[in-house]
Write a protein that binds this ligand. Sequence first.
Ligand code: HMG
Ligand code: MG
Length: 299
Amino acid sequence: MSEPVRIVEVGPRDGLQNEKTSLGVDARIAFIEALSGAGLTTIEVGAFVSPKAIPQMQGSAEVLRGVQRLAGEFHVLVPNEKGYDAARAAGAKVVAVFASASEGFSRANINCSVADSIERFKPVIARATADGVKVRGYVSCVLGCPYDGTVDPQAVVDVVTTLWDLGCAEVSLGDTIGVGTPNKVRELLRACAEAVPMQSLAMHFHDTYGQALANLYAGLEEGARAIDSAAGGLGGCPYAPGATGNVATEDVVYMLEGLGVKTGVDLDRLVAASNAVGALIGRPPPSRVVAAFNAKRAR
Ligand code: HMG
Ligand code: MG
C-alpha cells in the first residue's frame, strides 16, 4: 500500500463548475496558486466547453495562461475539436475528453450518444497525439446513472478500452453520482484491468452517499494508484441531479498519509485554500478534515 499514489486535483474545474456563485478568472488563478503552494502537482484548471452549458468555466483560457508559469501539470476538459483549438491556443499540454458509460448521461451532458461522442473524440485525440499533447479520458456513470439507473460493467469496460485504444494515457472512472460501494468498485477495477493496465486507471469518486473514501481504499487494495479529488470536497455536475461533490483532497491526503503513503501535500495550506474558496462561494467546504482542522483551530 505504500507505493506512490498520484492525486489529480479537480477542484478548480469539477469543484467550481456547479456552484451558484461563479468565480472570476483572478479568483480561480489564486485558488490554483494556493493548491500548487500546498504541494499539489497535477491540477485540472478549467474546461473549454459551451459557456451556455457551463457558464462557471468561462475564462478558462485566461486561467490556463495565468497558471502556466507554476510548476506542475495542468489539465483542461475539451468536448470536441472547437474546445481543443481553444485549449491549444491557450497553451494546453494535457487535455481530457469525457465520455459516459450510459446513454442517458451522455445525451444530457454532451448532447450526443456514447458512440457519437467517441467519433467527436477521435480527431481530438489524433491531433493531440500529433501535437505531443497528453490526453486523459473520463468515463462517467461507471457505477450508476441518474437517468438510466444500473450500468452494466461491460459497458464501462467497452468505453474504457475504446479510449485507451484511441491513445488516452489514462482513463478516469467517474462515479458521477456517488452510488458505488467497495465491492462494486473492486469488481469494476478487476474487469477494466483485464482490458487495460491497472496503472492507467484513475478513480474519480463523488461522495453523495459517503462511500468515496471506502471505495478508494478498496481500489487501492486492488492496485489502482491514481485518485481524482477536489479541495474541500467541492464539486458536482449540473447534469447529475442530486449528486454532491468529489471526495475531498484533504480527506484523501489524511487517509493516504495514515496508510504510510507520502503525498507531499501540506494539509494546513490546503485547508486554508479550501476555506478561502468556501468564503468566496458562500458555503463551508463539505470536507470532514477541513471541518476538523477548523474546529481544532477554533478551540
Ligand atoms: P451541442 O449543442 O451539441 O454542440 O453541445 P454544437 O456543436 O451544436 O454547438 C452549440 C453551441 O455551442 C454553438 O454556439 C457552438 O459554437 C458552441 P452557438 O452557435 O449556439 O452560439 N460550442 C462551444 N463553445 C465553446 N467551447 C466548445 C464548444 N462546442 C460547441 N468546445 C457540447 C455540445 C459538448 C459543446 C455541450 O453540450 C457542452 O459544452 N457540454 C458541457 C458539458 C460539461 O462541461 N459538463 C461537465 C463536465 S463533465 C463532468 O463533470 C463529469 C466528470 O467530472 C467525471 C464524472 O464525475 O463522472 C468529468
Ligand atoms: Mg466529476
